[in-house]
Write a protein that binds this ligand. Structure first.
Ligand SMILES: Nc1ncnc2c1ncn2[C@@H]1O[C@H](COP(=O)(O)OP(=O)(O)OP(=O)(O)O)[C@@H](O)[C@H]1O
Ligand SMILES: O=P(O)(O)OC[C@H]1O[C@H](OP(=O)(O)OP(=O)(O)O)[C@H](O)[C@@H]1O
Ligand SMILES: O=C(O)c1cccnc1
Length: 468
């Protein structure tokens, strides 16, 4: 989807640095940035990569409007710089995994090449999009993992951080959700829109039975009755059964009832028995109320006969992690590798133009190691732990696949995959290739990233050069 994002969708410092680059001509210098993250959210063992198609869309159409130029003039930017920005187009080249792949800390996810100014200006947009969508897709994947084949519906729009809900609903579906209550996101992204009814509907009619009848008349093919407004087992479920039977007489079928409070397992079991006794085996049971991956897992362990889970707050906000910590670092400029030094070895960046080789087991499943090498090196024969150089691993003879593929060339998206269904399928396929020990919630196995001799030598040389 193309949000009408313009060139000012950035942090001021990008534009400020850009003016300095422009003054001395370094804005035209070739440069490469890597996007990667350092810490897994939710104590999870992987991240689901989401947001790429949106990034490519926005980069293709990124412009500074006349209003932007006027505004930036008032912020004190120079007229000649602004005239150049008036004709700004992103003409960079990007390599990335396919959207939906599983990704791991420290390995480059995007390699963005272009002129210094263009690759600098788009940092914020790239981080803003990929960090958020990948966080939510990962949360969704955790919920999907414990939900079996139950339907998962995103109910989060009302609890989201403002407009973030639009892309969060997209990311939720990529991570494994089936539908969303968010009509705007469904319309714009082609997601499946689904919903039930609110307590206000029953409150308005006062009489629950009458409320259910009214709804069934209005939505005969798509009725889900909310049964907990007054008393779930003594009023809600019996009234739902009564109206479902009336619907049967008209040749219609009640789709489901929804539980939204109390002990969801106990109530689902009782409601299921009541529905079945009335010959309404086809009526499904939906549940909501502050669900997350742990409650869904617990409900399934309790054999709660719940067919549909509606998840809002905990999904859409990525609870309890506010953000994925993805960063965008300069790794090469003017043909020379660049480094960011830190006292913390984990934070020293990996210089150079790199490729990620995902090591594979004989059966094609993931070995548990991504091997990073300089693009010119090819697949490394052995790799080194980036933080503890005495730890090495032979990779000769192990199958691998290059992860970073060309997705944008000179500002034009290539081989793009916009269909959410395809991205969702790919995410599920790639997750199935990740062995179970990386997917458990408690202390998952640490997926390893190793660097080639070439990267290590480059990093050590730059560390020496910049040592104090
Ligand atoms: N059987 C169950 N097993 C595990 N967790 C459950 C079960 N039933 C409900 N929960 C979860 O317990 C949490 C707390 O529910 P709580 O009892 O506060 O809600 P409630 O019954 O709706 O309360 P209130 O009526 O005040 O809204 C929710 O996250 C809910 O999803
Ligand atoms: O608990 P969440 O995971 O965030 O899921 C969404 C919640 O939002 C709705 O409640 P709300 O009280 O806003 O409206 P209602 O009157 O329709 O129940 C819905 O009934 C869920 O309980
Ligand atoms: O359709 C629903 O039941 C719904 C939608 C949004 C939030 N809570 C519930």
């Amino acid at each position: 989807m193309n949000f009408q994002i313009t060139g000012t969708y950035t942090d001021l410092y990008q534009l400020a640095m850009g003016q300095a680059y422009y003054r001395d001509g370094s804005h035209k210098m070739p440069a490469t940035f890597d996007y990667f993250f350092r810490k897994l959210p939710f104590h999870n063992g992987y991240v689901v990569f989401a947001g790429l198609a949106d990034v490519l869309d926005m980069l293709e159409s990124l412009r500074f409007t006349s209003e932007d130029i006027d505004y930036l003039g008032k912020q004190g930017f120079n007229a000649d710089y602004l005239e150049m920005l008036r004709n700004f187009r992103f003409r960079g080249t990007i390599h990335a995994p396919r959207e939906g792949d599983v990704i791991f800390p420290a390995a480059p996810v995007l390699r963005v090449e272009g002129t210094m100014l263009e690759v600098q200006l788009v940092e914020t947009l790239i981080l803003n999009t990929l960090n958020f969508q990948s966080l939510i897709a990962t949360k969704a994947a955790r919920i999907r993992m414990v939900a079996g084949d139950s339907v998962l519906s995103d109910f989060g729009l009302r609890r989201a951080q403002g407009f973030g809900a639009i892309t969060a609903s997209r990311a939720a579906v990529i991570g494994g959700f089936d539908s969303t209550s968010n009509v705007y996101a469904a319309e714009k992204y082609g997601l499946k829109a689904e919903g039930t009814m609110a307590h206000s509907f029953i409150q308005l009619y006062g009489d629950e039975l009458q409320a259910f009848r009214k709804f069934a008349e209005a939505r005969p093919k798509n009725s889900v009755f909310l049964v907990d407004t007054y008393n779930t087992l003594q009023s809600g479920v019996p009234n739902a059964i009564k109206v479902a039977k009336e619907m049967e007489e008209r040749g219609e079928r009640l789709k489901a009832i929804r539980l939204d409070s109390g002990d969801l397992s106990f109530l689902a079991q009782r409601a299921r028995a009541m529905l079945d006794k009335a010959g309404l085996e086809y009526v499904k049971i939906a549940a909501s109320n502050q669900l997350d991956e742990f409650v869904v897992r617990s409900l399934r362990q309790q054999n709660a006969p719940i067919d549909i889970f509606g998840v809002g707050t905990n999904l859409i906000t990525g609870h309890p992690d506010g953000a994925l910590d993805g960063v965008y670092k300069l790794v090469e400029a003017d043909g020379k590798p660049r480094i960011k030094v830190s006292e913390n070895i984990q934070k020293v960046t990996l210089p150079g133009n790199k490729q990620v080789h995902r090591l594979l087991n004989e059966d094609g499943s993931f070995f548990g190691v991504d091997a990073l090498s300089l693009s010119a090196e090819g697949v490394p024969t052995h790799i080194i732990n980036p933080h503890e150089a005495h730890k090495t691993m032979q990779c000769a003879g192990i199958n691998s696949e290059p992860l970073l593929k060309l997705v944008m060339k000179n500002g034009e998206a290539i081989n793009r995959i916009d269909s959410i269904a395809e991205i969702k399928n790919y995410a599920s396929q790639r997750l199935s290739m990740l062995p179970p020990e990386y997917k458990r919630f408690e202390n998952p196995h640490v997926y390893k990233v190793g660097i080639s001799e070439g990267i290590k030598a480059m990093r050590d040389e730059l560390l020496k050069k910049h040592a104090f």
